[in-house]
Structure formats: C-alpha cells, structure tokens
Design a protein around this ligand. Sequence first.
Ligand SMILES: Nc1ncnc2c1ncn2[C@@H]1O[C@H](COP(=O)(O)OP(=O)(O)OP(=O)(O)O)[C@@H](O)[C@H]1O
Length: 591
Amino acid sequence: MSHPGVRRTTWNALRARRRELGGLAGWSVVESLPALLGGVLVARAVDQGFLVGRFGTGLAWLAGLAAAVLVGAVGTGRVYRGLGAVVEPFRDELATRVVRAALDGATRPGGRADSAAVTRLTHQVEVVRDTFGGLLMVVRGFLFTAGSALLGLLSLAPLLAGAVAVPLVAGLVVFAAGLPAMVAHQRAQVRAGEDLGRSAATALGGHRDVVACGAQDRVVDDVGRRVTAQARTERTLARMAALRSLSLGVGGWLPVVVLLLAVPWLVRNGMSTGAVLGALVYVTTGLQPALHAIVVGVGGGGLRYVVTLDRILRACPVPGDDAGPTAGTAPPPVAHAAPGTAAPPAVRLRGVTFRYGPHARPVLADLTLALSAGEHLAVVGPSGAGKSTLAALIAGLARPDSGTVHLAGAPVAALAPAALARLRVLVPQEGYVRSGSLDDNLRYLCPDVDEAALERAVDALGARPLVSRLGGLGAAIEPGALSAGERQLVAAVRAYVAPAPLVILDEATCHLDPVLEATVEDAFGRRPGTLVVVAHRISSATRADRVLVFDDDGPVLGTHQELLARSPTYRELVGLWEHVPVPSGVPLGGP
Ligand SMILES: Nc1ncnc2c1ncn2[C@@H]1O[C@H](COP(=O)(O)OP(=O)(O)OP(=O)(O)O)[C@@H](O)[C@H]1O
C-alpha cells in the first residue's frame, strides 16, 4: 500500500489550485478540437469533395481540419503555460517540507545535519515535480482527446462508437489491474537505488579505514550485492512493460480490428466511405494515441510519482501527518515515582557507547552511571578524554550509538526540545549573551522569574559587581563589550534561575578566577537539584559528592578520597592542578 498521504497530498494540491485547473480544462477543450472534428472533416472532404470529383470542396474541408489543428496548437501552448501555475507551487510546498524536516532533524537533541539526505530529497522533489506535471498532462490529455474522439465517432456512427469503446475500456481495466504490482516493483526499484547509493557513499566516505583495515574485498562484496539487487529490480520493472503492451494491444488495436471487421456491415447499412475513413481517423489519431499516452505516462512517470512522493512524505513528516516514521513517537511523559516507590535517578546512563563517526574509536564505551536527585558530580580527565561528550549526551545534545540516557526517568532521545529544556540546563564554556538588556539575558530561560529571585541569584553567584558596573539589570549590553568571564557569569546566573532541576556546567567557569569560580559552584551546589560539573580545577572535584575520572582503562566513579587511592590518572591530575600557579587579580578573565 502506498502512503495514504500521497492521495491526500495530491488531492490537496489539486484542490488548492481549482482556478488554475479550470483554466487548464478550458484550454484542453481548445487543444482537443482536432480530435473532435478530425473524423467528421475527413468524412466530409471524402464524401462531398474527392469522391464526387469536387477537388476544391475536399480541400476546403481539409483546410478546416488544418485550421482546427492550428487552434489546437494554440490550446496546447496555453495548456503548458497553465501547467506551471499548478505544478510549481506544489514543488515549492514539497521543497519547504524537505528543508523544514532537515532543520528539525539537525536541531533535534542528538540530531545531525544530513546534507546527503537533503540533496537526495531535493532531487526527489524535482522528480515529483516533473512526474506530477507529466501525469497531469497525460490524464487530462486522455480525458479530453479520447472523450472528443468518442464524441466525434458518436456523431458519425453511434453503434460503432459503442463497439470501439468496449475494447478501449477493457484495455484500461487490464492496465489498472496491473497497477498495484507495478507500484510495488517501482518502489522496490527506488529502495534498491537508495540502498546502493547509501552503501556506495559509506564505502567512499570510509575508504581510508577500509584500506587500513584490509576490508576491501568485504566492502566490494557488499556494494556488489546491492548492485545486483538493483539490477534485479530494474529487470522486473522492465518485464512489467509487457503488461502495458497487453493493455495497449487490447485497448488500442482491438478497436481498429473491430472497425475493419464491421466495415462490410456498416457499408451495407448505408455508411459512406468518407464516414468509414473518418471513423478510422478517430480511432487511429484520437483514441489510440490517447490510450498509448496514458498507459506509458501512468505506467512510467505516474509510478515514479507515487513512489517518490511516498518517500518524501515518509522522510519528512509534518505534525498531523498520520504515517510518518516519527508518528507515534510523542515524547513519553516524565516518569514520576508512584507513592511508596523510589524516585527514578536524576540522571541514568545505561550501556552508553558513542563515537563521532562510524569508523571512529568510541569516545565512550558501554558507560553506565546513575545520579540521584540532588547529587553533585564532578567530571575530570585529561584533555580529549570525552568529558564534554559526556555532558552533551546527558544534555541530550548528542545521541548515543547504543545505550540509553534518561533524565528523571524520561528517555532524552524521545523528548522534544521544550520538554528537555524543562529538565536540564547546560552551560558551555562559551557563555552566550545577546544584544539587549541585561535583564532580558538573565531571564532568557525563565521569563517569569520575579525580580527578588533574580537579585538573589545575582548576589549568590557573585555577579553584583558586574551588574553594578554595567548599570543595573535594565542596562543595555553588547556581547562584544563583555569579557569571556563576564559572559560566563551572565550565563551562570541565567542557568541558576532556570526551572530545570539538572544543571550541567561544562567548563562553564574556566574564565573566572578561583574565588569567583568557587562562589559560582557553591551557589549551584546549594541550588535545589542535581549538578554535573565538567571540572576545570581540582577544587571543583573536592566540592563534589562524587567524581567521575576518565582513567586510562575507562571512566572510574568515586569520592575524592576513594579516587586518590584508586585512580592513577586522578592522582596525576590532582598533582598537576596543585602545581598550576593560580592567576590573581584578574577577576573575570580577558575577552
Ligand atoms: N565534533 C567532533 N567530531 C569528531 N571528533 C570529536 C568531535 N568533538 C570531539 N571530538 C573528539 O572526541 C574526543 C573527546 O572530546 P571531548 O571534547 O569530549 O573531550 P574533553 O575531555 O571534553 O576534552 P577537553 O577537556 O579538551 O575539552 C576527542 O578526541 C575529540 O577530538
């Protein structure tokens, strides 16, 4: 079954452009003038002209046909012009949908910008645009041309019109009966093409790793299997062309046979030679080409339209869509402990593995960790060990390759950005400050915080001198005019008043002097809720309830004292930190 959205989307696209479609229909009538008049004019030319020796009269009727063809050509030109007014807005809608889905995907927690997918999808949008236009042309062409030819035939030989319509309809029925199978094979062919593209792109992207690991044969084998699979689907699709030939044979050629067989009877019943020729004109220049166009158009571009649009709708669902891959993945509610049961941990990582690329060494491998509500954890380790990566995973800004991350019982992977923001606030090393008033910047995460609470936060975090220097909470500030430390302090106050119960400080105080850093961390330590600090100095570790150190053999968890006894890396870091001279007299760092 195809996406029900294909039918709905197509219907909506047509309904929204009723006026343009009306214009298209009007010009289609003009375009089908030769199909309507061709047989009658030929019959007149033969019967009243050439057969009775009036050459001029015969030519005059044919001139009438030529005029009808010219008028029809004008109609065709206008039809093409009107087609753009229906097709282009539809293409724009789909392109907007693709771009919106790509942006949503890239800004979702753990989401990554996937430019290859956007390129593939925008290419598919172009395919849909072309096939939608083609489909409109052939369906419309068939209705008007075949309809006009049948009307003309009806006026020449009513009985013959009925006899010709029967095989025509039979041909259409044969074609329609095979359509579902054709759609399925077309879909398989598109999928096989995508599989091949993905596998080839992965092989190309990781070719250095492939060569380094000596895995060429395996990769060639893998891509080769997909090439074979795609070739198989192409062959099956080609075989389906036989069905098209059958319906063309029944619907297009059988009427000619019927006409030829009926000639003696028609002539005996008074039908003129010209009328017989006219009837032949209707069948061979009206009905047959119209059927051919619709069978080839629907069986080729039409199938591509259904399958490709289906892929786009599935890949880029919009809210309210009923069958997209993300439908039904509404964020689960935050789990609350039932009365009498223990509350879920504030942070829980289970078997988390994360790497920055498919062939990269994992930064974290099978990490399991639980923090209870109110706990204060410091994360320490050498540069590049994975501390910021861990902070991003906890904050839901990176998604594990395997394993799960839960905050207060809710899986971060399933939480919408707004729900996630209610659970945690991450303060990175570079404090974000925007142009505007200081007050706006501090209330950014909690616009409703009352004045007194904001003032208390300013005092608790040691930000009073900064606020005074800037001219009070209402003062306008320019990010460029603040030092890196001042920006960190603004970000810290903003996070402090945020309603989220979990605060993650990722080297968020590295530009503050040790005294101010201690003030900020102590204030966060007293703030109700859970605190994770990616430590910049050893003092951060000594203030925490527990410390996670990235040791050579992997992360080790314990108290400061326990780790001094158990972790060589921790001992080394403590030794290093204790010997680093502390700058003094530079309270807020340089910009
Ligand atoms: N976007 C990225 N793409 C690829 N590799 C990355 C990316 N970000 C970090 N890494 C790598 O992942 C590893 C862990 O980085 P991470 O920033 O988590 O370490 P860290 O312990 O926070 O280091 P630092 O203390 O220097 O900030 C490092 O080897 C780093 O080079």
